[in-house]
Design a protein around this ligand. Structure first.
Ligand code: NAP
Length: 333
């Protein structure tokens, strides 16, 4: 039987790749509904390709109807921002299978979401590559006590640039990620390492793990996405070609796995490097630990001030290096 999907954020980078996976496997999935924020033109195009039974929408209340429709098996949150929080909560309450890329929801509402998920016995299947990696490692090691989770990050396009050089970085330079093809906002977040800060908070909620047990390593090759160290000292890594269609396929097929034509990694002669992140050049990671340590709505403030800072950087209102100070003030002062 085909898995029937509703996809939110179908016009974005993740949404389009979800549709690529569905397009490649027409016997396994049926698209029931699609949504976007405003890109009606592309949504209509997708709709012509997939002919969703419940249609497409730009309207949040219609999204909720699609999500909780009795025919919907899985709801895919490939959108960004937090406007869809109630749609996610209702999807959980209707015990839908949930695949989630949208990290802002977990950063701002993690506790509420995970409480509902626990209450209704719903598992959230992460699409974010690092979290998919951790999820996959933990899946085979449910009874082992975790000592530490390590999220890797490529370091972005400015890993080796001097701090002085940050002053003249343009928006177009910041959205050119060395390893991943992503939406603009998350590309800037990768360049500032704010993406990793949001992912620390995301991991804290998804895996119910305290911040002290979450570490970050810079790994420029983006082959190892996540590592979990267990109490006995075993360190298990998740590796994969840096292509979001891999974690997307995993989530869509979960709990099964299906073969695919995605590139395989050839480890021969491959150099895998790991470094400590430079928290002086990239203070964002420290912001995440600070925000989690303080009780209150600091993670929400961190996400919102970063959203605003990226918007201002895109408009040329602040420089790249000013993003850090803007976020620090917006979160903690
Ligand atoms: N791209 C990646 O490789 C990647 C990897 C891991 C995690 N993520 C996470 O996945 C999410 C999507 O990222 P993306 O890179 O795919 O973003 P994107 O390319 O900017 O696409 C965002 C999608 O969400 C829709 N959208 C925008 N604002 C919305 C709102 N307020 N309510 C509902 N829908 C809205 C957009 O519609 P319009 O086109 O109409 O604006 C678009 O379909 C983000 O949370 C990101 O952090 C992305």
């Amino acid at each position: 039987m085909k898995k029937r999907l509703v996809i939110f954020g179908a016009t974005g980078s993740i949404g389009s790749q979800v549709l690529d996976v569905v397009r490649a496997n027409p016997d396994d999935f049926e698209i029931l509904g699609l949504s976007a924020k405003s890109n009606k033109c592309l949504l209509e195009e997708h709709s012509n390709d997939f002919n969703p039974r419940l249609g497409w929408t730009l309207d949040i209340s219609k999204m909720e109807e699609m999500a909780i429709n009795p025919n919907t098996d899985m709801v895919v949150f490939a959108c960004k921002g937090t406007d869809v929080i109630n749609v996610l909560i209702e999807s959980i309450r209707h015990k839908k299978q949930i695949a989630i890329a949208n990290k802002e929801l977990l950063v701002e509402y993690g506790e509420r979401i995970m409480n509902e998920a626990k209450k209704y016995g719903v598992q959230l299947i992460p699409i974010d590559s690092e979290h998919s990696g951790i999820f996959q490692i933990l899946n085979g090691n449910k009874d082992r006590e975790i000592e530490k989770i390590i999220l890797t990050c490529s370091g972005g396009p400015f890993l080796n640039m001097s701090q002085e050089g940050f002053k003249s970085i343009t928006f177009n330079q910041a959205i050119k990620h060395p390893n991943w093809k992503m939406g603009k906002k998350i590309s800037v977040d990768s360049a500032t390492m704010m993406n990793k800060a949001l992912e620390i908070i995301e991991a804290h909620h998804l895996f119910d793990i305290t911040p002290e047990k979450i570490d970050v390593l810079v790994h420029p090759q983006s082959i190892v996405h996540a590592l979990v160290q267990f109490r006995d000292g075993s360190l298990i890594a998740h590796m994969g070609y840096p292509d979001m269609r891999l974690p997307i396929s995993y989530a869509l097929y979960y709990p099964q796995a299906k073969e695919n034509n995605l590139p395989r990694i050839d480890l021969i002669d491959k150099k895998l490097e790991f470094y400590k992140p430079d928290l002086c050049k990239f203070p964002s990671i420290g912001f995440a630990y600070d925000a989690l340590q303080r009780k209150g709505n600091f993670t929400k403030k961190l996400n919102q001030s970063n959203d605003k800072a990226v918007e201002m950087f895109e408009k040329g209102e602040i420089r790249f290096d000013e993003i850090f100070e803007y976020v620090r003030k917006g979160t903690f002062l």
